[in-house]
Ligand binder design. Structure first.
Ligand code: NAG
Ligand code: ZN
Length: 332
């Protein structure tokens, strides 16, 4: 296994000391991490996407509000939905953009937690493997970016999916961009294997809340709209396995859309810096609960019976809340 397990003992020790995080080795294809919930069994985390612009476009303002909310909620970790570094990912492991857009921006004490991150399409336009490298974790030990992986946070299991390779257009009509497809080609078998691994892991999951995270939206009313490949290939897997939330970035906005065919809720948090695109699609009006075109972020609070998801703007104001509950024993 490449990347994270290159120096497993040292890293495991470092993570165990700093975060109480334990790696668990299983036979499953997707790498798994155990991140304990709070002592009362609850879990809270923030979600941010599409952010790395050296503080510009309100990135620093969003970071400041994230720090305040993270402190209030005593978060366990942060999730990044990708497009971590603009415009073209990182040049290499030593790219100063890593510190200029991450370490020096998200400085609040309350944000000194693990950042579980996926890659976005812009990240694939640079050295994609640099973001997965243990070298970055030496610079800033919060950083943990992998292509696809699972975080078991007890009350919830979170499945991170590398969605960029699903999108055919990046392969056939790259629009002048160069993508780092090392480890990805052939595309078809990469996607097929990923879906197979994901499906297996979802079927085995016994967590109360099941959350899937990817960069690209399945459903969106924002600029990019739906990602057809994900609607066709990923959505049926989520519907069949009783997923609660699909969380993504890519569209630089905040949104909450309900699936019209299942209980899946689509949540976009891609408003970490440049936003205000000013255009929407006419899709998904039926399931649309909330759309905000400006900057902001999202918080998720979970316990066995309840989920509270809040969307915040750049001033920290809550714009929308999704509150759902679950029975403790669904069979009764
Ligand atoms: C920053 O946020 C404010 C408040 O939403 C907004 O008016 C302003 O246009 C934003 N700046 C940029 C560069 O997006
Ligand atoms: Zn994107």
């Amino acid at each position: 296994m490449a990347g994270f397990y290159d120096k497993p003992m040292i890293l495991c020790l470092i993570f165990t000391i700093s975060f109480g995080l334990f790696l668990s080795y299983t036979s499953a294809e997707l790498q798994r991490f155990l991140h304990p919930a709070k002592t009362d069994g609850s879990l809270s985390f923030l979600v941010i996407g599409d952010w790395g612009r050296r503080g510009y476009f309100n990135q620093s303002e969003v970071a400041f509000q994230m720090g305040k909310t993270a402190e209030k909620l005593d978060i366990n970790f942060v999730i990044s939905t990708g497009d971590n570094f603009y415009d073209n990912g990182l040049i290499d492991e030593n790219d100063a953009a890593f510190e200029e857009s991450f370490t020096k921006i998200y400085t609040a004490k309350s944000l000194q937690k693990h950042w579980y991150s996926v890659l976005g399409n812009h990240d694939y336009r640079g050295d994609a493997e640099a973001q997965l490298s243990p070298v970055l974790r030496k610079i800033d030990s919060r950083w943990l970016c992998l292509r696809s992986f699972i975080v078991n946070a007890e009350v919830a299991e979170i499945f991170f999916v590398d969605t960029t390779p699903f999108v055919n257009e990046y392969f056939t009509d790259a629009d002048g961009h160069k993508y780092d497809w090392r480890e990805i080609t052939p595309q078809k078998s990469y996607v097929t294997n990923l879906l197979k691994d994901l499906e297996l892991a979802l079927m085995e999951s016994t967590a109360k809340w099941r959350i899937v995270v990817g960069h690209h939206a399945i459903r969106s009313v924002g600029h990019h709209g739906d990602t057809q490949e994900l609607v066709k290939e990923l959505l049926p897997v989520l519907q069949a396995n009783d997923i609660d939330f699909y969380i993504n970035g890519h569209d630089h906005c905040l949104e909450h859309i309900s699936d019209t065919e299942s209980r899946v809720q689509f949540l976009t948090s891609g408003a970490g810096s440049k936003a205000w695109r000013g255009d929407t699609t006419e899709l998904n009006r039926e399931g649309l609960n909330f759309f905000y075109d400006g900057q902001g972020f999202m918080s998720v609070q979970l316990c066995l019976t309840e989920a509270k998801i809040d969307f915040y703007d750049v001033s920290g104001k809550v714009l929308h809340r999704l509150h759902t509950s679950k029975q403790l024993h669904p069979s009764i």
